[in-house]
Design a protein around this ligand. Structure first.
Ligand code: PLP
Length: 244
């Protein structure tokens, strides 16, 4: 990691802009979500000063402490980690987005607990796009049914799909699962769902994700540096790659 946080953030923005140009995406059509899990509040403040306003967190307690410390700053908070149904209530109360909805029971609880005075909660369905045994995410063939079920929930607003593919060692292999997610999304749009978000791509593969249609990339390491001090509690998640 070299340079200041502001310089690294700027470098990530330049990578996004270069990929938009290279793959003939509309300039500015890809949003950057800064994934700040395990990073201290001061790092978020620095990113905020450098113009970053959307942050992704994986661990509820850690996120709540940061939200308290940064109250009034206008940050948009995204929950991106695996989510147990018994944590749906606090998450529904203090986040703007949840990217990791992969089952009906969780969606129902988020809907039931979304405060009436808040905007509907923005939702991405997490898809187990690589078909990995132990991974979170709804199976690709079950996405349409889950999307249909969400129509019953007025406090949720379905925005699109999210994935964390299995690692691949070349660009073509990295693009394949992103393309599959985009095609799933296109099918839902053809069925009438007004989806506008494809949440895919991280530090190591944001270019491939943008090539395949990402509208939001989730970048942690290349902005904040390595995660050396996991603050999360056991049972919440896995650390490292994020969802498992
Ligand atoms: C941690 C995490 C990221 C960021 O990963 P980096 O490789 O550090 O950019 C993105 N998405 C999810 C779901 C994560 O858990």
């Amino acid at each position: 990691m070299t340079g200041t946080l502001g310089q690294r953030l700027e470098a990530v923005r330049r990578r996004i802009a270069a990929a938009e140009a290279q793959y003939r995406r509309e300039p500015g059509s890809v949003r950057l979500l800064a994934v700040s899990k395990t990073q201290p509040v001061e790092a978020l403040r620095e990113a905020l000063r450098a113009g970053q306003s959307a942050f992704g967190e994986n661990y509820l307690q850690e996120a709540q402490a940061k939200q308290q410390a940064l109250a009034g700053t206008g940050i948009q908070w995204h929950f991106i980690g695996p989510l147990q149904s018994n944590k749906a209530k606090p998450v529904a109360g203090c986040f703007d987005w949840v990217h990791s909805v992969d089952r009906l029971r969780l969606a129902r609880r988020l809907n039931d607990h979304r405060p009436d005075d808040a905007e509907p909660l923005n939702i991405c369905l997490q898809v187990n796009i690589s078909g990995e045994q132990s991974k979170s995410g709804v199976a690709p063939e079950a996405v349409a049914e889950l999307a249909a079920a969400l129509q019953e929930f007025p406090r949720l607003r379905l925005r699109g799909l999210m994935c964390i593919p299995a690692p691949a060692d070349n660009a073509a292999g990295r693009r394949r699962p992103f393309r599959a997610l985009r095609q799933l999304q296109e099918r839902l749009v053809a069925d009438g769902y007004p989806l506008d978000t494809l949440s895919m791509g991280m530090s190591a593969d944001l270019e491939e994700a943008i090539a395949e249609g990402a509208t939001l990339v989730r970048v942690g390491t290349d902005i904040f540096g390595p995660r050396t001090n996991p603050l999360h509690t056991a049972g919440d998640d896995t650390g490292g790659r994020g969802a498992a």
